[in-house]
Write a protein that binds this ligand. Structure first.
Ligand SMILES: [Zn+2]
Length: 254
């Protein structure tokens, strides 16, 4: 991976290594160094993982048109994270200020920091966070959680959506190589598909997924970008070159 600017590297380090104390008594956690780089005015911690890693978002722009852009709710599907850090850098350049005019972006580079730290799909309790939302089609199982929002990471995202009421959402996964959507998002998906090589495929609403919850239960247009596994080999700059047109189409969509 090519070098990231210092402030983005600090953000990523905070997300992956940062730790809150004290630890809960019943969870064994490898000791990690407490890392507290100063947060920029745009960075906010909106929850903590099971292993007490902070979960952060950046808030860029102002206005009633709010987009939620997130990556890596499955911890072994990480290509979206360097892409979003590149996107943040792009949006913060003064010559790109017009992209934020009249709109507000809530960007979550890492939704499942413990999963990323362990390179696992699940959180530290072995729960698939993308099956843990209170969607109409949710099922209580060992892997999906014994109740909706049983996990701190999914609860934090639920509260973030409740706080900001985004008008559309994009969430980045791997490796299915397609654009999927839920809710009233067909036209948006078609516009985004014109800007990249990912074909539109309806994968079907998974029980308790964020797509099912936001798209079908809340009726918010939500796009699931499924990058191919080979994108793990791309540098952050190559990821940005490949996917920034589709992400900017999402951001500028009216
Ligand atoms: Zn996934």
């Amino acid at each position: 991976m090519n070098r990231l600017p210092l402030h983005l590297a600090l953000l990523l380090a905070l997300v992956l290594v940062g730790c809150r104390s004290p630890q809960p008594q019943n969870i064994k956690v490898t000791p990690v160094t407490r890392l507290t780089p100063p947060l920029s005015p745009q960075e906010h911690i909106f929850g903590y993982s099971v292993e007490n890693r902070p979960i952060t978002y950046l808030l860029l722009g102002h206005g009633p048109n709010t987009c939620l852009i997130m990556a890596t709710i499955h911890g072994n599907e990480q290509a979206g994270t360097p892409l979003l850090l590149q996107l943040i850098e792009h949006l913060q350049q003064p010559q790109n200020a017009h992209l934020l005019a009249g709109r507000q972006l809530v960007i979550v580079p890492v939704a499942n920091p413990d999963g990323v730290a362990h390179n696992r799909r699940f959180n530290s309790r072995g729960i698939d966070l993308n099956r843990n939302f209170p969607a109409d089609n949710r099922r209580n199982t060992k892997k999906f959680g014994q109740s909706a929002l049983s996990e701190p990471e999914s609860t934090a995202l639920y509260q973030l959506i409740d706080q900001y009421h985004p008008s559309r959402i994009v969430t980045i996964h791997q490796p299915l190589n397609c654009i999927d959507y839920d809710g009233p998002a067909q036209h948006l998906a078609e516009q985004m598909a014109m800007q990249c090589n990912l074909p539109i495929k309806k994968l079907g609403s998974r029980p308790g997924s964020l797509g099912s919850y936001a798209g079908n239960t809340l009726n918010i247009p939500i796009i699931t970008l499924e990058f191919p596994r080979s994108d793990d080999n791309l540098s952050p700059q190559q990821l940005f070159q490949t996917y920034s047109p589709t992400l900017l189409t999402f951001i500028k969509y009216k």
